[in-house]
Write a new protein. Structure first.
Length: 381
């Protein structure tokens, strides 16, 4: 049967094209209901991160590294009022540029990629079109892939809604024209990827929003939209007094220091949220840490051996034997491959252990790195 619905006829074809050309990940911050997007060119592996959140930067950084993507820019669609940007942190970690609208003028400090309508952000052989979409704030931008398959609309166009216009020089008439001229001019199948959603919706399309958007779809004109927006009567965002000043500095904290997962060693957080550390550092600092081997006793004298001085407590027994694990030194958990020991770090942290990390790659990586091992079970733990 022929499908004449312009809203539902094309998105599948567009989704395949997106997968062929781009690496796309949509991430979520629960406290602010913010969507962050990691977008990479599949061939060159160059990537941008859009609307990253300060508290989530370790997660976002880990994902980009695990996917083998090189960040070229951290882009903010606007100066956010409900969370602090992680753009400055991303620049410290990767050297990437910080991109935001030039229309904020000298009020914004720290950005080195001042963007305006018609600019392009290069991604290898691909690029993002920069479209000025003011109205929510004076400096709102939307980023559109060069094939017009995806539009990152910030707080301009939301799923079945639009960004509020009652602070930061917002203007409902301006927002109406921005959406109509810059977003609804895109193809029906273009995916809409907003900066926020408060109802669990993840994405939409131009065709859907043109027909079903409750504020400006189905023939609503500018008077309808402005009347709707003027009567929202929403409370100001809880973090506005903190977020706006911080974001005018691109998320740079007042002390200029990058928060770290640990102050005792080069620990990092992977995308799964686990704290890990490299075996080379552990080998050089064995006297300063407690190595906790959570394999079964019979595994200790197998080919991989065990690390000298390690304490042996099998994972299945760990909860019952926590009193045997000293807390005067950082605890490095280890197993065969780093899987069981990752769960051991979770158990220890839940029990109040403040200094814990998982040995990256476990005994497999320890041996592959050529680090020394023991094979006498009677000396373990």
């Amino acid at each position: 049967m022929k499908n004449d619905d312009p809203v539902s006829a094309k998105p599948r074809r567009g989704a395949r094209a997106v997968c062929d050309r781009f690496v796309l990940r949509q991430l979520f911050d629960v406290s602010s209901c913010t969507y962050t997007y990691l977008l990479g060119d599949r061939r060159s592996r160059h990537a941008v991160i859009i609307d990253t959140v300060f508290e989530q930067y370790l997660r976002d950084l880990a994902l980009s590294q695990e996917l083998g993507l090189k960040l070229v820019a951290a882009l903010d669609t606007h100066c956010h009022a409900d969370h602090v940007s992680g753009a400055w942190l991303m620049r410290q970690a990767t050297g990437c540029a910080i991109g935001i609208s030039k229309r904020y003028g000298e009020a914004v400090v720290g950005a080195n990629l001042r963007l305006d309508h018609g600019d392009r952000v290069a991604l290898g052989d691909s690029y993002l079109e920069v479209r000025a979409t003011p109205g929510h704030t004076v400096g709102c931008l939307s980023f559109v892939t060069d094939d017009h398959r995806m539009a990152f609309t910030g707080d301009c166009l939301l799923i079945r809604g639009a960004g509020r216009c009652d602070f930061q020089h917002g203007d409902a008439s301006t927002l109406y024209r921005s959406i109509k001229q810059q977003i609804f001019s895109l193809p029906d199948e273009c995916l809409i990827l907003p900066a926020h959603d408060y109802s669990g919706r993840t994405m939409s399309s131009v065709g859907e929003e043109r027909v079903h958007n409750s504020r400006l779809g189905a023939g609503a004109d500018e008077r309808d939209f402005v009347g709707f927006m003027k009567n929202l009567d929403l409370p100001h965002p809880k973090q506005i007094a903190i977020a706006v000043p911080a974001n005018l500095a691109c998320g740079r904290p007042p002390d200029g220091k990058v928060p770290k997962p640990a102050d005792w060693g080069p620990v990092w957080q992977n995308y799964a949220g686990l704290l890990e550390i490299d075996p080379e550092w552990v080998a050089q600092h064995l006297s300063e840490v407690l190595v906790l081997d959570v394999r079964e006793p019979e595994e200790l004298d197998e080919r991989l051996g065990w690390i000298a001085g390690a304490k042996s407590v099998p994972l299945d027994e760990l909860r019952a034997r926590l009193v045997e694990v000293a807390q005067d030194k950082p605890v490095i958990c280890v197993c065969h491959s780093g899987t069981r020991s990752a769960q051991a770090t979770v158990i220890l942290q839940s029990a109040g252990f403040a200094r814990v990390a998982n040995l990256k790659g476990g005994m497999l990586r320890w041996q592959q790195t050529g680090l020394p091992v023991e094979h006498s079970v009677r000396s373990a733990g």
